[in-house]
Design a protein around this ligand. Structure first.
Ligand code: HMG
Ligand code: MG
Length: 301
Protein backbone atom coordinates (compact mmCIF):
# COMPACT_ATOMS: atom_id res chain seq x y z
CA UNK A 1 0.00 0.00 0.00
CA UNK A 2 1.71 3.23 -1.14
CA UNK A 3 2.01 6.26 1.14
CA UNK A 4 2.42 9.34 -1.10
CA UNK A 5 4.11 12.58 -0.03
CA UNK A 6 3.27 16.09 -1.19
CA UNK A 7 5.44 17.87 -3.73
CA UNK A 8 6.57 14.81 -5.70
CA UNK A 9 6.01 13.89 -9.37
CA UNK A 10 3.49 11.19 -10.35
CA UNK A 11 5.94 9.50 -12.70
CA UNK A 12 9.71 9.16 -12.77
CA UNK A 13 11.89 8.10 -15.70
CA UNK A 14 14.69 5.81 -14.61
CA UNK A 15 17.69 6.28 -16.91
CA UNK A 16 19.52 2.96 -16.55
CA UNK A 17 23.33 3.21 -16.63
CA UNK A 18 24.33 -0.30 -15.48
CA UNK A 19 25.75 -1.57 -18.79
CA UNK A 20 27.89 1.58 -19.17
CA UNK A 21 28.70 3.10 -15.75
CA UNK A 22 28.41 -0.29 -14.06
CA UNK A 23 30.54 -2.37 -16.38
CA UNK A 24 33.16 0.33 -17.10
CA UNK A 25 34.35 -0.05 -13.52
CA UNK A 26 34.60 -3.85 -13.28
CA UNK A 27 38.11 -5.25 -12.88
CA UNK A 28 37.31 -8.01 -15.36
CA UNK A 29 36.15 -7.41 -18.91
CA UNK A 30 32.65 -8.88 -19.22
CA UNK A 31 32.17 -10.90 -22.45
CA UNK A 32 30.20 -9.05 -25.12
CA UNK A 33 27.45 -11.70 -25.24
CA UNK A 34 26.89 -11.28 -21.48
CA UNK A 35 26.60 -7.51 -21.97
CA UNK A 36 24.01 -8.04 -24.72
CA UNK A 37 22.03 -10.40 -22.48
CA UNK A 38 22.24 -7.94 -19.56
CA UNK A 39 20.76 -5.19 -21.75
CA UNK A 40 18.05 -7.56 -22.99
CA UNK A 41 17.08 -8.49 -19.45
CA UNK A 42 16.89 -4.82 -18.48
CA UNK A 43 14.50 -4.15 -21.36
CA UNK A 44 12.50 -7.17 -20.26
CA UNK A 45 12.22 -5.71 -16.76
CA UNK A 46 10.56 -2.62 -18.25
CA UNK A 47 13.46 -0.21 -18.81
CA UNK A 48 12.76 2.23 -21.65
CA UNK A 49 16.16 3.94 -21.66
CA UNK A 50 19.34 1.91 -21.23
CA UNK A 51 22.77 3.51 -21.63
CA UNK A 52 24.45 0.68 -23.50
CA UNK A 53 28.17 1.49 -23.69
CA UNK A 54 30.77 4.18 -24.53
CA UNK A 55 32.56 5.07 -27.74
CA UNK A 56 35.62 6.34 -25.85
CA UNK A 57 39.26 5.51 -26.48
CA UNK A 58 39.59 1.72 -25.97
CA UNK A 59 42.85 2.18 -24.07
CA UNK A 60 41.20 4.62 -21.66
CA UNK A 61 38.34 2.22 -20.83
CA UNK A 62 39.27 -1.31 -21.98
CA UNK A 63 36.15 -2.72 -20.32
CA UNK A 64 34.04 -1.08 -23.06
CA UNK A 65 36.44 -1.56 -25.98
CA UNK A 66 33.86 -3.89 -27.58
CA UNK A 67 31.32 -1.07 -28.08
CA UNK A 68 31.16 -1.55 -31.87
CA UNK A 69 30.55 -5.27 -31.55
CA UNK A 70 28.01 -4.83 -28.75
CA UNK A 71 25.96 -2.44 -30.87
CA UNK A 72 25.96 -4.96 -33.70
CA UNK A 73 24.64 -7.64 -31.32
CA UNK A 74 22.01 -5.50 -29.60
CA UNK A 75 18.43 -6.77 -29.90
CA UNK A 76 16.82 -3.37 -30.23
CA UNK A 77 13.23 -3.34 -29.04
CA UNK A 78 10.64 -0.84 -30.22
CA UNK A 79 10.05 1.85 -27.61
CA UNK A 80 13.44 1.33 -25.91
CA UNK A 81 16.22 3.92 -26.26
CA UNK A 82 19.87 2.82 -26.19
CA UNK A 83 22.06 5.94 -25.74
CA UNK A 84 25.85 5.68 -25.69
CA UNK A 85 28.61 7.91 -24.30
CA UNK A 86 30.61 9.86 -26.90
CA UNK A 87 33.41 12.28 -25.96
CA UNK A 88 34.69 13.47 -29.36
CA UNK A 89 34.25 13.38 -33.12
CA UNK A 90 36.08 10.06 -33.46
CA UNK A 91 33.57 8.55 -31.02
CA UNK A 92 30.69 10.16 -32.93
CA UNK A 93 31.92 8.65 -36.23
CA UNK A 94 31.97 5.22 -34.61
CA UNK A 95 28.48 5.71 -33.17
CA UNK A 96 27.09 6.90 -36.53
CA UNK A 97 28.62 3.86 -38.24
CA UNK A 98 26.63 1.68 -35.84
CA UNK A 99 23.32 3.45 -36.42
CA UNK A 100 23.18 4.99 -32.93
CA UNK A 101 20.48 7.64 -32.64
CA UNK A 102 21.12 8.96 -29.14
CA UNK A 103 24.39 9.98 -27.46
CA UNK A 104 25.59 11.60 -24.24
CA UNK A 105 28.60 13.89 -23.94
CA UNK A 106 30.23 14.10 -20.51
CA UNK A 107 31.89 17.21 -19.15
CA UNK A 108 33.64 17.98 -15.91
CA UNK A 109 32.79 20.78 -13.49
CA UNK A 110 36.39 20.86 -12.25
CA UNK A 111 39.77 21.48 -13.83
CA UNK A 112 41.47 18.40 -12.31
CA UNK A 113 38.82 15.89 -13.37
CA UNK A 114 38.67 17.37 -16.89
CA UNK A 115 42.39 16.63 -17.16
CA UNK A 116 42.20 13.15 -15.64
CA UNK A 117 39.06 11.93 -17.44
CA UNK A 118 39.26 13.75 -20.77
CA UNK A 119 42.86 14.95 -21.13
CA UNK A 120 41.44 18.45 -21.55
CA UNK A 121 41.10 21.67 -19.51
CA UNK A 122 37.80 23.02 -18.22
CA UNK A 123 37.72 25.37 -21.22
CA UNK A 124 39.13 23.08 -23.92
CA UNK A 125 36.62 20.29 -23.15
CA UNK A 126 34.08 22.53 -24.93
CA UNK A 127 36.21 22.66 -28.09
CA UNK A 128 35.83 18.87 -28.09
CA UNK A 129 32.07 18.79 -27.37
CA UNK A 130 30.84 21.67 -29.56
CA UNK A 131 31.41 20.00 -32.96
CA UNK A 132 30.16 16.66 -31.58
CA UNK A 133 26.85 18.10 -30.40
CA UNK A 134 26.40 20.19 -33.57
CA UNK A 135 27.04 17.24 -35.90
CA UNK A 136 24.96 14.86 -33.81
CA UNK A 137 21.98 17.25 -33.92
CA UNK A 138 22.46 17.69 -37.70
CA UNK A 139 22.23 13.91 -37.97
CA UNK A 140 18.93 13.90 -36.08
CA UNK A 141 20.36 12.45 -32.87
CA UNK A 142 19.14 13.18 -29.37
CA UNK A 143 22.00 14.51 -27.24
CA UNK A 144 22.20 14.34 -23.46
CA UNK A 145 24.97 15.97 -21.41
CA UNK A 146 26.51 15.03 -18.12
CA UNK A 147 28.48 17.24 -15.80
CA UNK A 148 30.65 15.37 -13.30
CA UNK A 149 31.98 16.34 -9.86
CA UNK A 150 28.97 18.60 -9.22
CA UNK A 151 29.25 18.51 -5.44
CA UNK A 152 32.90 17.95 -4.74
CA UNK A 153 36.07 16.66 -6.29
CA UNK A 154 38.68 14.48 -4.50
CA UNK A 155 41.51 16.82 -5.57
CA UNK A 156 39.86 20.26 -5.35
CA UNK A 157 37.34 19.81 -2.50
CA UNK A 158 33.78 21.20 -2.67
CA UNK A 159 32.74 22.41 -6.15
CA UNK A 160 31.28 25.94 -6.16
CA UNK A 161 27.63 25.90 -7.32
CA UNK A 162 28.27 28.79 -9.74
CA UNK A 163 31.01 26.75 -11.45
CA UNK A 164 28.67 23.77 -12.00
CA UNK A 165 25.93 26.04 -13.33
CA UNK A 166 28.36 27.75 -15.75
CA UNK A 167 29.44 24.41 -17.26
CA UNK A 168 25.90 22.97 -17.23
CA UNK A 169 24.12 25.96 -18.80
CA UNK A 170 26.79 26.06 -21.53
CA UNK A 171 26.08 22.39 -22.36
CA UNK A 172 22.32 23.01 -22.44
CA UNK A 173 22.99 26.03 -24.66
CA UNK A 174 24.62 23.74 -27.24
CA UNK A 175 21.25 22.04 -27.70
CA UNK A 176 21.48 19.07 -25.35
CA UNK A 177 17.93 18.05 -24.38
CA UNK A 178 18.85 17.17 -20.81
CA UNK A 179 21.66 17.75 -18.31
CA UNK A 180 22.48 15.03 -15.82
CA UNK A 181 24.12 16.31 -12.62
CA UNK A 182 26.79 13.79 -11.62
CA UNK A 183 27.84 13.24 -8.03
CA UNK A 184 30.76 11.15 -9.22
CA UNK A 185 32.20 10.41 -5.78
CA UNK A 186 28.92 10.49 -3.87
CA UNK A 187 29.76 13.35 -1.50
CA UNK A 188 26.58 15.44 -1.94
CA UNK A 189 23.87 15.84 0.69
CA UNK A 190 20.16 16.79 0.26
CA UNK A 191 20.37 20.52 1.04
CA UNK A 192 23.24 20.89 -1.41
CA UNK A 193 21.22 19.05 -4.07
CA UNK A 194 18.26 21.41 -3.60
CA UNK A 195 20.49 24.48 -3.77
CA UNK A 196 22.23 23.28 -6.93
CA UNK A 197 19.00 22.44 -8.77
CA UNK A 198 17.44 25.77 -7.80
CA UNK A 199 20.47 27.60 -9.22
CA UNK A 200 19.61 26.39 -12.75
CA UNK A 201 17.19 28.24 -15.02
CA UNK A 202 15.19 25.11 -16.01
CA UNK A 203 15.05 22.34 -13.36
CA UNK A 204 12.74 20.36 -15.69
CA UNK A 205 15.71 19.84 -18.07
CA UNK A 206 17.83 18.32 -15.29
CA UNK A 207 18.41 14.69 -14.35
CA UNK A 208 20.40 13.45 -11.36
CA UNK A 209 23.18 10.86 -11.29
CA UNK A 210 24.16 9.87 -7.76
CA UNK A 211 26.91 7.49 -6.81
CA UNK A 212 26.19 5.97 -3.39
CA UNK A 213 29.69 6.13 -1.86
CA UNK A 214 28.49 7.79 1.37
CA UNK A 215 24.98 6.26 1.43
CA UNK A 216 23.37 9.57 0.42
CA UNK A 217 21.97 8.62 -3.00
CA UNK A 218 18.35 7.93 -1.99
CA UNK A 219 18.08 10.97 0.29
CA UNK A 220 19.59 13.09 -2.47
CA UNK A 221 17.12 11.65 -4.99
CA UNK A 222 14.16 12.59 -2.79
CA UNK A 223 15.52 16.14 -2.53
CA UNK A 224 15.92 16.29 -6.33
CA UNK A 225 12.35 15.08 -6.94
CA UNK A 226 11.01 17.73 -4.56
CA UNK A 227 12.99 20.34 -6.50
CA UNK A 228 11.29 19.40 -9.80
CA UNK A 229 13.53 16.68 -11.32
CA UNK A 230 11.71 13.72 -12.90
CA UNK A 231 14.60 11.71 -14.44
CA UNK A 232 16.89 9.71 -12.18
CA UNK A 233 19.95 7.75 -13.29
CA UNK A 234 20.50 4.41 -11.58
CA UNK A 235 22.25 1.11 -12.18
CA UNK A 236 20.61 -2.26 -11.71
CA UNK A 237 22.33 -4.00 -8.80
CA UNK A 238 24.12 -0.77 -7.78
CA UNK A 239 27.28 -1.52 -9.76
CA UNK A 240 29.36 1.35 -11.13
CA UNK A 241 32.09 3.91 -10.63
CA UNK A 242 34.58 5.84 -12.67
CA UNK A 243 38.06 4.45 -13.39
CA UNK A 244 39.43 8.04 -13.34
CA UNK A 245 38.06 8.85 -9.87
CA UNK A 246 39.23 6.11 -7.53
CA UNK A 247 36.87 7.08 -4.73
CA UNK A 248 33.82 6.60 -6.97
CA UNK A 249 31.84 3.51 -5.98
CA UNK A 250 28.55 2.16 -7.32
CA UNK A 251 25.60 4.16 -8.61
CA UNK A 252 22.30 4.42 -6.83
CA UNK A 253 20.86 0.91 -7.29
CA UNK A 254 17.78 0.80 -9.52
CA UNK A 255 16.15 -1.63 -7.09
CA UNK A 256 16.66 0.71 -4.11
CA UNK A 257 15.18 3.55 -6.15
CA UNK A 258 12.19 1.49 -7.31
CA UNK A 259 11.49 0.33 -3.75
CA UNK A 260 11.34 3.94 -2.51
CA UNK A 261 9.29 5.19 -5.47
CA UNK A 262 6.83 2.30 -5.24
CA UNK A 263 6.34 3.08 -1.55
CA UNK A 264 5.59 6.67 -2.50
CA UNK A 265 3.09 5.56 -5.17
CA UNK A 266 5.27 6.87 -8.03
CA UNK A 267 5.11 4.89 -11.26
CA UNK A 268 8.31 3.76 -13.01
CA UNK A 269 7.00 0.92 -15.17
CA UNK A 270 9.72 -1.37 -13.78
CA UNK A 271 9.30 -4.94 -12.53
CA UNK A 272 11.26 -5.17 -9.26
CA UNK A 273 11.31 -8.98 -9.25
CA UNK A 274 12.88 -9.09 -12.72
CA UNK A 275 15.45 -6.44 -11.75
CA UNK A 276 16.47 -8.43 -8.66
CA UNK A 277 16.73 -11.62 -10.71
CA UNK A 278 18.95 -9.79 -13.22
CA UNK A 279 21.22 -8.40 -10.51
CA UNK A 280 21.51 -11.81 -8.86
CA UNK A 281 22.40 -13.38 -12.22
CA UNK A 282 25.00 -10.65 -12.91
CA UNK A 283 26.47 -10.85 -9.39
CA UNK A 284 27.03 -14.57 -9.96
CA UNK A 285 28.95 -13.81 -13.16
CA UNK A 286 30.94 -10.97 -11.59
CA UNK A 287 31.78 -13.13 -8.59
CA UNK A 288 30.59 -10.73 -5.89
CA UNK A 289 27.25 -9.86 -4.31
CA UNK A 290 25.25 -6.85 -5.44
CA UNK A 291 25.81 -3.85 -3.13
CA UNK A 292 22.07 -3.01 -3.34
CA UNK A 293 20.29 -3.40 0.01
CA UNK A 294 17.00 -4.20 -1.74
CA UNK A 295 18.64 -6.90 -3.87
CA UNK A 296 20.22 -8.41 -0.75
CA UNK A 297 16.90 -8.38 1.13
CA UNK A 298 14.73 -9.71 -1.72
CA UNK A 299 17.22 -12.25 -3.07
CA UNK A 300 17.23 -13.94 0.39
CA UNK A 301 13.47 -14.05 0.66
P1 HMG B 1 43.34 11.89 -26.00
O1 HMG B 1 44.48 10.99 -25.72
O2 HMG B 1 43.48 13.35 -25.71
O3 HMG B 1 42.84 11.67 -27.50
O4 HMG B 1 42.09 11.33 -25.17
P2 HMG B 1 43.25 12.41 -28.83
O5 HMG B 1 42.08 13.23 -29.29
O6 HMG B 1 44.56 13.13 -28.63
O7 HMG B 1 43.49 11.18 -29.82
C1 HMG B 1 44.58 10.28 -29.65
C2 HMG B 1 44.34 9.01 -30.44
O8 HMG B 1 43.20 8.32 -29.92
C3 HMG B 1 44.03 9.23 -31.93
O9 HMG B 1 44.60 8.12 -32.64
C4 HMG B 1 42.53 9.13 -32.00
O10 HMG B 1 42.04 8.70 -33.25
C5 HMG B 1 42.26 8.06 -30.94
P3 HMG B 1 45.92 8.32 -33.54
O11 HMG B 1 45.52 9.37 -34.54
O12 HMG B 1 46.96 8.79 -32.57
O13 HMG B 1 46.13 6.94 -34.07
N1 HMG B 1 40.92 8.29 -30.38
C6 HMG B 1 39.91 7.37 -30.35
N2 HMG B 1 39.83 6.10 -30.77
C7 HMG B 1 38.63 5.48 -30.61
N3 HMG B 1 37.53 6.08 -30.07
C8 HMG B 1 37.59 7.36 -29.64
C9 HMG B 1 38.82 8.04 -29.77
N4 HMG B 1 39.21 9.29 -29.44
C10 HMG B 1 40.47 9.43 -29.82
N5 HMG B 1 36.51 7.95 -29.13
C11 HMG B 1 39.70 11.07 -24.91
C12 HMG B 1 40.86 12.04 -25.14
C13 HMG B 1 38.46 11.91 -24.66
C14 HMG B 1 39.52 10.23 -26.16
C15 HMG B 1 40.04 10.17 -23.70
O14 HMG B 1 40.37 10.98 -22.62
C16 HMG B 1 38.89 9.25 -23.30
O15 HMG B 1 38.55 8.33 -24.04
N6 HMG B 1 38.29 9.48 -22.09
C17 HMG B 1 37.16 8.72 -21.66
C18 HMG B 1 37.21 8.46 -20.17
C19 HMG B 1 35.95 7.76 -19.72
O16 HMG B 1 35.28 7.11 -20.50
N7 HMG B 1 35.61 7.89 -18.41
C20 HMG B 1 34.44 7.28 -17.86
C21 HMG B 1 33.17 7.89 -18.32
S1 HMG B 1 32.77 9.43 -17.49
C22 HMG B 1 31.94 8.93 -16.04
O17 HMG B 1 31.93 7.78 -15.71
C23 HMG B 1 31.18 9.97 -15.26
C24 HMG B 1 29.65 9.88 -15.45
O18 HMG B 1 29.17 8.60 -15.08
C25 HMG B 1 28.96 10.95 -14.60
C26 HMG B 1 29.39 10.97 -13.14
O19 HMG B 1 29.39 9.90 -12.48
O20 HMG B 1 29.70 12.08 -12.68
C27 HMG B 1 29.27 10.12 -16.92
MG1 MG C 1 28.77 7.90 -13.07
Amino acid sequence: MPHPMDGLPKQVTVYEVGPRDGLQNEAAVVPVEVKAEFIDRLADAGHRVIEATSFVHPKWVPQLADADELLARLHRRPGVRYPVLVPNERGLDRALDRGVDEIAVFASATETFAAKNLNRSLESQFEMFEPVVARALDNGMRVRAYVSMCFGDPWEGPTPIAQVVRVGERLLGLGCYELSLGDTTGVGTPGHVTALIKAFRSPERLAVHFHDTYGQALGNTLAALRAGVTTVDASTGGIGGCPYAESATGNLATEDLVWMLRGLGIDTGLDLGKLVATSTWLAGLLGRPSPSRVVQALAKG
